[in-house]
Design a protein around this ligand. Structure first.
Ligand SMILES: Nc1ncnc2c1ncn2[C@@H]1O[C@H](COP(=O)(O)OP(=O)(O)OP(=O)(O)O)[C@@H](O)[C@H]1O
Ligand SMILES: [Mg+2]
Length: 258
């Protein structure tokens, strides 16, 4: 890991009128680090993820990002075009529902290739061969390259969404319940796949999940949220094996259904 954080989140709060979405969240994320955000339904996980990834404007707070060239940028004061470019190239966002992250009516190959074109690739043969390579990496048969994702199963759609996000070599990937809609056997394989890719590519990732087993498998560090607040934050093994907060103890002992 390098000496400078990739992301510096400071006092990020989001209010929906009187209601708290998330409140005064502060943390650093280091290059190559995987952070899990856990907590029960309505605790503010998605709100926080959307604020950090600039999909949502927070009410207060700041997020700084270390760009590839080493410069530090304040994400909430970045121009719209530059922010969009960052989201298309340096970042990935994997939605719980693949339909939100894919174009369902264009081919699998185009779903992957489109992101390459967005970063300036123009050579059809190269784009197609890279798309084929990525379909293989996410265990989708190369004979499916011309099929649209609406003809895919839920698990295949999610793997395609992952390929589409990783093909540009992002440095940071956001995931909101990436295995949420899938049945258990499919979840396990997808998690193995994500873990392998994150390790191989040295990606930093922020993964929202209500499933502590997902946090255990994928993350180095975790934050526990309750009512919009981060109530516990630490190395994943420490938090799960020796939770300090009573609420985390309840979560870990499965007394609370999340
Ligand atoms: N667009 C919105 N308008 C008003 N309130 C919202 C909006 N989105 C979220 N909230 C509220 O903010 C709080 C946090 O919601 P959020 O979706 O971030 O929770 P979550 O932890 O992701 O839950 P889940 O596990 O069910 O996805 C909740 O009280 C929710 O009702
Ligand atoms: Mg959510």
């Amino acid at each position: 890991m390098s000496e400078a954080p990739l992301l510096k989140v400071r006092d990020v709060s989001k209010f929906y009128g009187q209601r708290i979405g998330c409140k005064e969240v502060t943390f650093d994320l280091w290059p190559g680090e995987v952070l899990a955000i856990v907590g029960e339904s309505g605790s503010g996980k998605t709100t926080l993820l959307n604020c950090i990834s600039t999909r949502l404007m927070p009410s207060t707070g700041s997020v700084e990002y270390a760009m590839r060239d080493g410069s530090i940028r304040d994400l909430y004061h970045m121009g719209e075009a530059e922010r969009r470019f960052l989201m298309r190239t340096d970042w990935g966002f994997v939605h719980q529902n693949p339909a939100d992250g894919l174009r369902m009516t264009v081919s699998a190959g185009a779903n992957v290739g489109e992101r390459l074109m967005a970063i300036g690739n123009r050579h059809y043969g190269n784009i197609r061969s890279t798309a084929l390579d990525w379909l293989t990496r996410v265990e989708i048969g190369t004979d499916r390259i011309d099929d649209a994702p609406r003809a895919f199963s839920g698990g295949m759609r999610q793997r395609l969404q992952i390929a589409r996000n990783l093909v540009t070599g992002p440095r940071l990937v956001f995931m909101d319940e990436p295995t949420g809609g899938l049945d258990v056997s499919v979840q396990a394989r997808l998690l193995d796949l994500v873990r392998g890719l994150v390790n191989d590519l040295g990606l930093a990732a922020i993964i929202v999940t209500h499933d502590l087993a997902v946090a255990r498998l994928l993350s180095h560090r975790m934050m526990v949220m309750k009512d919009g607040h981060v109530i516990e934050h630490g190395l994943t093994d420490r938090v799960l094996d020796d939770p300090r907060e009573p609420y985390t103890q309840l979560l870990v002992s499965s007394i609370l259904q999340v």
